[in-house]
Design a protein around this ligand. Sequence first.
Ligand SMILES: Cc1ncc(COP(=O)(O)O)c(C=O)c1O
Length: 321
Amino acid sequence: MKLADRTDAVAPFFAMEFGKHAAALEAQGHHIIKLNIGEPDFDAPPMVVQAMHEAIDGGHTSYTAALGIPPLRKAIADFYQFSYGVTIDPSRVIVTAGASAALLLASAALVNAGDEVLVGDPSYPCNRHFMSSFGAKVKLVPTTAATRFQLNEELVREHWSARTRGLMIATPSNPTGTSVPEAELAALCQFAREKGAWRIVDEIYLGLACFKPESLAICEERRLDLAKRRDLIVAGLKRIGLDVPVIPDGAFYVYIDVSKTGLDSMEFCERALQEAHVALTPGNDFGVCSANDHVRLSYAASSGELNAAVERLAPFIQKLL
Ligand SMILES: Cc1ncc(COP(=O)(O)O)c(C=O)c1O
């Protein structure tokens, strides 16, 4: 069967490839610390699980309203009012199963073939593939630690062209875990608005869909717990001689600069897996600019695992420095 030509433009997601290598090592009896995938090690809050059981037991398993059930759309609008002081009519809220579906629909609604779209490099790769699928010409804008690996107004102005029709920003970002400061986000969105361009702001890490006070309290506890894990892993990596150019402030990722080890990020991840049994993700998943120098670590793992990962990486790094 011949697949569509656009599938050739989609590179493999190395996070998953390293997941497969890790599984192969586990099958040989090795214990692998998997910090390659951005998936929290805790379940949905108990009240959310209970509500899901009740929905299934109550027979709520048939089609819902296509844009989401009205009470949920209202709960989301109320959440924005309560948390950010933003008044949003619930009719403007659309519920999807996961962020990817929303991003795909937004791309379908906004992109015309040939439209140029500015996206920061590094950034989460699927988002740009969604837009390319609808014919967008994605222009990756190199970013550095100086802007916390995010776009700012200056970069957007510099890379804007007569063909630019939109901006795609993820804040907090994957792979760096960094957010765009509110004033900066407002300024660059205002610039794009004045140009008549659209903005997609992917805030998947801002908070995950629960709205009752008891569940929100659990999420807040977990946020604080993740902040402790962040501090623990950043300190541990620095202690063993690795550079963390920007401290993450929003998502559970650390973007580590491995350039001084003399290995490129792909070699670094391969050897860290084989020699230290720690699975990481090479920067190549997220762009081209400085991708060879950086690896992503997900700290959505227990503090025990994070400490063990640092201990395992220490002798491996020592050999290289
Ligand atoms: C920045 C960003 N946007 C979107 C997604 C996709 O989210 P979902 O799994 O809800 O489709 C991810 C997942 O890793 C992500 O990191």
